[in-house]
Every structure is written in C-alpha cells, then in structure tokens.
Design a protein. Structure first.
Ligand SMILES: [Zn+2]
Length: 157
C-alpha cells in the first residue's frame, strides 16, 4: 500500500443502477405461461420414472435426472403448506405489503407452488385450502394469477 493511502480515510458512496432486461423463459416456461394467459389453466409436468408432478413445470426431474415430457393439468386450488407474511414494502417484491408468500400444494401436484396471498392474512394457517384468482388482463406472466384466496375462511376442507 502506498504511504499516502495510509492517511486517507476509505470513502464509499452508494449508487444505484437500473438494468432492464428480457429473457426467454424456454419452451417449458412458455407453455406454462401461455396456458395461464390464454386458458387460465395451471399446467404441471409428470416424471415418467418416479411419477412426481411438478408445478411450475420443469424440463428434468430433480430426483431422477430424466427429461420430462408429459404435461398434466393440475387444479387451480390446493392447500397451504407454508407461508410467511410480509409487513414491509420493498421495490423487489411483486406487490405492496402486507401480503403473504405461500407454498401451495395444488391438487394433482406433488410439490409446492410459490405464490401470493393478499387477503385474510390474519386467518392464514397451514392446511387451509386456497384457490387461484386470475387477473382479467393477462400477459403471459406468473402474476397472471393475481393471488390465491382462501376457499373457506373458517378452515380446511
Ligand atoms: Zn422422477
């Protein structure tokens, strides 16, 4: 280190850059999102080896490492497996707080589907049934599903 640097206070400044970008979601992601946009239908894929149904769909099975080519319809409703309530808004979050991120096991799927719950946050519990609420205007985005809503605010099935 140069001598003159020993006497200089290291100073940092905060900055911020915006980096807009687009990316191709791939053939699997495209089929999934187009189904949300055009048919308000949630699609999964089923592994031919172990039978696991993944939502959102993926190209390979994470357990068997085989390609997945079988598409299946899953329900637009299911059960809350886990959730967390967000109380503070932040620009990186998809909506303003308060809302909940919830892992939802849709009927017909074997893995949790991460999405949002905006209403009845004080009533959320694992095991409660929820149903997808689609937006009227859809663009081929995961948020074409606006959020999930409690099917029965009193309890599960
Ligand atoms: Zn598998």
């Amino acid at each position: 280190m140069s001598d003159w640097l020993k006497e200089v206070e290291p100073l940092t400044l905060k900055g911020q850059i915006a980096v807009p970008y687009t990316w191709w979601v791939g053939e699997t992601g495209s089929r999934f999102l187009i189904s949300l946009r055009d048919d308000q239908k949630i699609l999964g894929v089923k592994c031919s080896k172990c039978g696991t149904v993944y939502v959102p769909p993926r190209k390979n099975c994470g357990r068997c490492f085989v390609d997945i080519n079988e598409w299946v319809d899953v329900a637009d409703e299911g059960v809350i497996e886990a959730y967390t309530i967000v109380h503070y808004s932040n620009p990186v979050q998809p909506v303003k707080a308060p809302f909940a991120y919830a892992l939802i096991k849709l009927d017909g799927a074997d893995v949790g589907f991460l999405h949002l719950i905006k209403d009845n946050l004080d009533k959320l519990k694992n095991g409660l049934r929820v149903k997808a609420k689609f937006k009227a205007e859809r663009s081929g985005h995961i948020l074409d599903i606006d959020s999930f809503q409690l099917s029965d605010a009193k309890g599960g099935k």
